[in-house]
Design a protein around this ligand. Structure first.
Ligand SMILES: [Zn+2]
Length: 147
């Protein structure tokens, strides 16, 4: 097995279908499947087997079952087709997500600015009132000067 394997980049087409991570021995498994199927695509259409060179190992059943019994050889075209079909069957058309429009970072909410006026005390010089429960010391002024 010294010939280049063009199927090594097969993950490109399946990037949207990351259902299971590939095992460490995936290359060996794939090579086994390809050799078993004679490096020919096993896709059957209209009763005829695809004549293309098989470069990809496709999961027949569970995508996380990497046994050779669950794998078959497909050409790149049919693997992409198959992957697209699986994705459509599993998910259906993707719903268009409605994301809220991002707010402009420079915008200040006007409600907080205008609402400030009504809550602002009329007199900025609020005097501290003595605590009625604690009688102030007769000799101590309520607000000592900041010496
Ligand atoms: Zn094919």
């Amino acid at each position: 097995m010294t010939q280049p394997q063009p199927g090594d980049h097969w993950t490109e087409g399946a990037s949207s279908r990351r259902t299971a991570p590939r095992p460490t021995g995936w290359k060996t498994i794939r090579a086994e499947v390809l050799a078993r199927d004679g490096h020919q695509c096993t896709w059957i259409e209209d009763g005829e087997r695809c004549a293309e060179e098989g470069t990809d190992a496709d999961h027949i059943g569970a995508p996380d079952d990497h046994s050779t019994g669950n794998l078959r050889t497909l050409c790149g075209y049919h693997h992409r087709k198959r992957t697209a079909l699986q994705a459509n069957q599993a998910r259906g058309p993707l719903p268009s997500r409605q994301r809220p429009a991002p707010r402009h970072p420079g915008l200040i909410e006007t409600s907080s600015v205008t609402g400030q006026d009504s809550t602002t005390p009329s007199s900025p010089h609020q005097r501290r009132r003595p605590n009625p429960s604690r009688p102030a010391h007769p000799g101590t002024p309520d607000d000592p000067p900041p010496f």
